[in-house]
Design a binder for this molecule. Structure first.
Ligand code: AMP
Length: 279
């Protein structure tokens, strides 16, 4: 049985009892509308910890676009059934007032790695992420936290955060889970129309092709420009960024001088898709 907990006081008691008996606690922070990507994190947590907490909290502080927050899919009953099937011990699903009570006044802001890419296009987003993640680590007192590589930059921001604030938790990155046609799973995919859903896999395909060209020695700038044009040609209305960056510090890379990541954000209809791959 997965126990649903709504308050940090109750969660703290539960976790304290686990820890007294020497158990290692793993946490998987999510915003719900769970899919196989999230469940792969729950499975990794199951394998690498004694007790697993999945959190579901649609964090208003990380939404720079109010419309995106309103339209964010929510289905807790369905999520709970999925977590039961994975053998998750606790679903921690606090309300907004539990996380941000009256008088809340602290923002955690990670500079550097949070500034380009998503940081440039979604002002304040990573402050929201860093703040809520720091709180979730405090509330769950977990020893391990599992994050998806799907949100590559977020993973780097979280690693920086725990290092800089000496938070005693190990961050484990898990590979991106994709649909059979290559589209990275995302809670926002349900908002794609049938026609958009058919166009969406082009994003990953075009990136794969561009990555192969770059590995074969094609010039980075020109290859990315062509790939951007191909994404627009495939039906996307805008490409916010398509860049080659160093794997951890996310420094811009003009050539393949060290291991790299190609990262993209593009708009399809009214859905914003992000993805990234190794190069
Ligand atoms: P979200 O609910 O979108 O905030 O995501 C919660 C966690 O699931 C984050 O660590 C994401 O990186 C991860 N995640 C989301 N989609 C995927 C995916 N397709 N594959 C692997 N992890 C994912």
């Amino acid at each position: 049985m997965t126990q649903v907990i709504r308050t940090s006081a109750e969660l703290r008691e539960k976790v304290a009892a686990w820890k007294r008996s020497g158990m290692l606690v793993g946490v998987v922070p999510t915003m719900g509308a769970l899919h196989d990507g999230h469940l792969s994190l729950a499975r990794a947590a199951r394998e690498q910890s004694d007790r697993v907490i999945v959190t579901i909290f649609v964090n208003p502080m990380q939404f720079n676009n109010p419309d995106d927050l309103t339209k964010y899919p929510r289905d807790e009953a369905h999520d709970l059934a999925l977590l039961e099937a994975e053998g998750v011990d606790v679903l921690f699903a606090p309300g907004v007032d539990e996380v941000y009570p009256d008088g809340f006044a602290t923002t955690v802001s990670v500079s550097g790695v949070s500034e380009p890419l998503e940081g440039a296009f979604r002002p304040g987003h990573f402050d929201g992420v860093a703040t809520v993640v720091a709180k979730l680590f405090g509330m769950t007192q977990a020893g391990r936290a599992f994050f998806g590589e799907k949100d590559w930059q977020q993973l780097q921001v979280v690693r920086r955060l725990v290092e800089d604030l000496n938070i005693p938790i190990r961050i484990i990155g898990c590979p991106t889970i994709r649909e059979a046609d290559g589209l990275a799973m995302s809670s926002r995919n349900v908002r794609l129309s049938a026609a958009e859903r058919a166009q969406a896999p082009a994003l990953h395909q075009i990136m794969q092709a561009a990555a192969a060209e770059i590995r074969d020695g094609a010039p980075v700038g020109e290859t990315l420009m062509n790939a951007q044009a191909a994404i627009l040609e495939a039906g996307f209305s805008a490409v916010e960024y398509l860049e080659l960056r160093s794997v951890e510090g996310l420094r811009p890379m003009a050539n393949l001088s060290e291991p790299a990541r190609m990262l993209v954000a593009a708009q399809l209809g009214d859905v914003r898709l992000i993805d990234n791959i190794a190069v």
